[in-house]
Design a protein around this ligand. Structure first.
Ligand SMILES: *[C@@H]1O[C@H](CO)[C@@H](O)[C@H](O)[C@H]1NC(C)=O
Ligand SMILES: *[C@@H]1O[C@H](CO)[C@@H](O)[C@H](O)[C@H]1NC(C)=O
Ligand SMILES: *[C@@H]1O[C@H](CO)[C@@H](O)[C@H](O)[C@H]1NC(C)=O
Ligand SMILES: *[C@@H]1O[C@H](CO)[C@@H](O)[C@H](O)[C@H]1NC(C)=O
Ligand SMILES: *[C@@H]1O[C@H](CO)[C@@H](O)[C@H](O)[C@H]1NC(C)=O
Length: 599
């Protein structure tokens, strides 16, 4: 393929008369499609190697997306007649398909650069076209110049801050990436507490009980300092519930070479979930992602996620997805291509699959402002398709409070990226779908060893289902609080929360304590899987997109967390309050109540 492309490219040049360099691109004049300011921490480093290739993704507009969105809200609203009438894969694809004129216009443009149908990979709905081409051809097509950019952490990316398209193509192309996308998708784990076993292996007899004043349930006192499966079962009221339905499922996503070790899972089960011993998860590789079972390569994030999500939901079948691609990436002769967008690749894979787990947790994200708005919207449109198909997606809210995703207040950066460089709270991405914040202790309060990510999106407006509770919260804020630091009309997050600190897991054969909103998201996803069992066992469809339900009919099924705050950006952040707040959302799940509210 590359040979075809390059010869096509050379053919154009050889026809160019002397002095006419650049003439072909002037035939149809280019107009800037998107411009960004490189996020903080990135500097232009060098020229990409001549043999560097780029896997370009072209997003065609989805003119009927608003119809998909309408379906999504209807089938997710517990008070609507169509609640639970989820769409099929083919139906959602029909609703995101581009206009034939757009497909045609893009084809013509690609052909004019010597790119043929056989060089392309199209998504099932034909709303994405993917092609791998030399960087100099991408530069010509997009009338731009790519550079190697270097992050202060050492990560490298081949990106540009602006790209153009022929004017007539603007209405037929929504976005082209990787161009202006600087997101790095870090994991949200804040800290691992390595401790010796005497400190972290308390005798949990579960005979002595303390009453949790928030939930009203009795919990073993040792759960104050060490969270185990049993602690969460007591605290979230799932004790004695045994999932039965055969068609239920739960998934964990893994990135950045985070490997989920099966031997560690067995050690964990032996200690905390003996009835699950010998059971394991299914591994699915996305785009060549690996899951090394070398014990010394076990990933803390992956271990935490699979041990708690699958430990809580056993025997519901669990799947671990590992997606390839990670920074740091050194664009050199040995590694000529790296799109660094494993996130989109996972989404593509799920949208193309007929069999998608019904409850999925992701503990990786980045600051919203490192992700171009056009990209954020398309990712969100992908989540909407999965939601319409009956899948519940959980994301951790981040560990930096109202600041960026850096839990260290000394190095946290709270400046806008829009060229103005003004101080602002930094929302996380994706702060869409169902976002899970963090709590700690018994009775539960907002976590404070790091701070539960929370706030308001600068890209997405507040959805209707949040209006009542978020307006109530904003109204109670003293007038002028944090004026200019956040967007009071933005999508507010988190939606819910769960315990997030001092989780006892096994890593490379050792028991450790680990914390972060990375812990709360898989824990919450485990509870959602149990709730799906309640529904499926009654012959009802899965829960799907949760938010319209949890902000209305199921709101009474949460333990309201009213103590704590989420510091960041040199402020004390927002306060947890009675009702919804941008620290702990609606609160933590009470399964015994929720199971009655979701049917
Ligand atoms: C599970 O799904 C399969 C395939 O869709 C279906 O045939 C079967 O009846 C389902 N089982 C139950 C218990 O609902
Ligand atoms: C797991 O397998 C071992 C060895 O085959 C067996 O002794 C044990 O009873 C099994 N445990 C469970 C819970 O199935
Ligand atoms: C396991 O991984 C470690 C660390 O990467 C490596 O040093 C070791 O050689 C690996 N062992 C095997 C058997 O591959
Ligand atoms: C933004 O402003 C802060 C504080 O004045 C400064 O430390 C930082 O270097 C500035 N960043 C850029 C990219 O101008
Ligand atoms: C949080 O609560 C403290 C103590 O009551 C108060 O001083 C502060 O203004 C509150 N902050 C916000 C943002 O509501």
């Amino acid at each position: 393929m590359r040979i075809t492309l390059i010869s096509g490219f050379l053919a154009v040049i050889s026809l160019t008369p002397v002095g006419g360099w650049g003439a072909p691109s002037k035939v149809c004049s280019h107009k800037v499609k998107e411009t960004v300011v490189a996020p903080h921490g990135w500097v232009k480093h060098s020229v990409p190697p001549a043999d560097h290739t780029i896997t370009l993704r072209i997003g065609l507009p989805q003119p009927n997306f608003h119809i998909l969105e309408k379906h999504l809200y209807e089938v997710s609203d517990p008070y609507h007649d169509r609640y639970g009438a989820h769409l099929s894969k083919e139906e959602t694809e029909g609703l995101v398909a581009p206009n034939p004129e757009s497909i045609h216009a893009v084809n013509k443009w690609l052909e004019s650069h010597g790119i043929m149908e056989s060089d392309l990979v199209r998504s099932p709905a034909k709303d994405w076209v993917t092609l791998t081409i030399p960087v100099n051809l991408a530069e010509k097509m997009l009338d731009t110049t790519y550079s190697v950019w270097k992050h202060k952490s050492g990560d490298q990316l081949v990106r540009t801050t602006s790209y153009s398209l022929p004017e007539h193509l603007h209405e037929h192309v929504e976005l082209v990436q990787p161009t202006t996308m600087f997101g790095r998708f870090r994991r949200d784990k804040s800290t691992i507490v390595w401790a010796d076993d005497s400190e972290i292996a308390p005798v949990q007899t579960f005979a002595a009980k303390i009453l949790d004043s928030v939930s009203g349930v009795a919990v073993d006192p040792t759960c104050k300092s060490t969270i185990t499966i049993k602690c969460l079962q007591q605290l979230y009221n799932t004790v004695g519930y045994i999932p039965k339905h055969k068609n239920n499922s739960i998934g964990i996503t893994g990135y950045l070479e985070q490997f989920a070790n099966k031997q560690d899972l067995q050690s964990f089960y032996a200690e905390q979930r003996p009835d699950a011993l010998n059971s394991s998860f299914k591994f699915i590789s996305v785009n060549g992602g690996l899951n090394s079972q070398n014990l010394s390569e076990a990933g803390a994030e992956a271990g935490l996620d699979v041990q708690f999500a699958f430990g809580l939901s056993h025997p519901i079948p669990g799947t671990f997805f590992s997606t390839a691609g990670r920074p740091p990436f050194k664009p050199d002769v040995g590694t000529p291509t790296n799109t660094n967008e494993p996130y989109t690749e996972w989404l593509d894979f799920m949208l193309s699959s007929t069999n998608v787990p019904l409850s999925i947790s992701t503990s990786y994200g980045d600051d919203e402002q490192t992700v171009p708005e056009s990209f954020a919207r398309r990712a969100c449109a992908g989540f909407a398709q999965l939601g319409a198909r009956g899948v519940s997606l959980m994301f951790s809210s981040g560990d930096g409070g109202v600041g960026d995703n850096d839990p260290n207040p000394e190095t946290q950066q709270c400046f806008t990226n829009d060229g103005r460089n003004v101080t602002r709270f930094i929302p996380s991405f994706p702060a869409s779908v169902t976002v899970v914040g963090g709590t700690t202790g018994i009775p539960e309060v907002a976590v404070s060893r790091f701070f539960s990510g929370g706030g308001f999106s600068d890209y997405f407006p507040r959805p209707k289902y949040q209006d009542r509770v978020v307006q109530k919260y904003l109204k109670a804020l003293p007038k002028g609080t944090y004026k200019g630091l956040f967007n009071p009309n933005g999508r507010a997050f988190p939606d819910v929360s769960a315990q997030s600190d001092r989780f006892r897991i096994f890593l490379s054969g050792r028991s450790i304590l680990i914390g972060g909103t990375s812990a709360s998201s898989p824990a919450f996803a485990g509870i959602v899987a149990l709730l799906n069992d309640v529904r499926l066992s009654r012959g009802l469809p899965s829960l799907g997109f949760l938010n319209p339900l949890i902000y209305s009919k199921a709101a009474a099924g949460f333990n309201d967390i009213t103590i704590g705050h989420n510091s960041g950006c040199g402020t004390t952040g927002f306060n947890a309050t009675k009702g919804w707040d941008p620290v702990t959302g609606l609160g933590t799940p009470n399964f015994a109540k929720l199971r009655k509210l979701v049917v």
